[in-house]
Design a protein. Sequence first.
Length: 255
Amino acid sequence: MSELPQRIAKRRSIPALLLLLAGATLCGCSGGDFGRTRADARNDDMHRWLGAEATGSVGMKASQFQLTDLERQLRDLAYQFIEAPLSRPAWKSVFGDYQPLPSPWRQKVVFDRTAYGRNLIDEPHRSFASRYSLLIDNVRDDITRFEPFFATAIRVIELDRKRSASLKVLSDVSPRERADAIARMEENALIVQWVQVSLERRISSYRWALERLVIQAPDGMAADADRQIGELARLTANPPVAPVPVAGQAVVSKG
């Protein structure tokens, strides 16, 4: 008879153990910095599509060259600006909800500066103070990401200048190699421009959201949010590098 309670306790412990294992699995898949998918859960070239989308959207061909480490890093860092803030809930980041995005030069792409603010205000929050806090955190995250991205962009563009100079002096470069080299320089330059456009749009969205928060629930936190947005705008207005595509005319953003 003494074994019966032990068997019952053992059976009851199984569901608890399963829940514990499930929780550990979810924690292992959870996002990294700024709520992004953890680095070791991603494909190394998961953002390679950025170059093909940028060039394809303006009628150019993508390069067939493999990405260098710096070019891969440029694309990874660029995506953090290109994906709109609050565009997907945190749980979707955890479970790998991911899809390529259209470049700003696509004719049918329409920028909605109100989308971020509407998501911010409509999502359940304990108070308006938490909405202000989330807005401030989003802007600060962008400020934090700014220097690493442009530091990488400077290195990539500088190496592209050397690549361009080499094409002018090397005599045994095949037409295919020359075309791929030029296409890769175009890709890199357009990705930097894409980030610039995205930053300008994010600033516009942040300002619209702040204006609506002030109208609905005035708070002293609005001053801090305004300062953060102003700092991001200052950085964006004076980027460390402003590349122009190697062949053809500079791309002008739409919307």
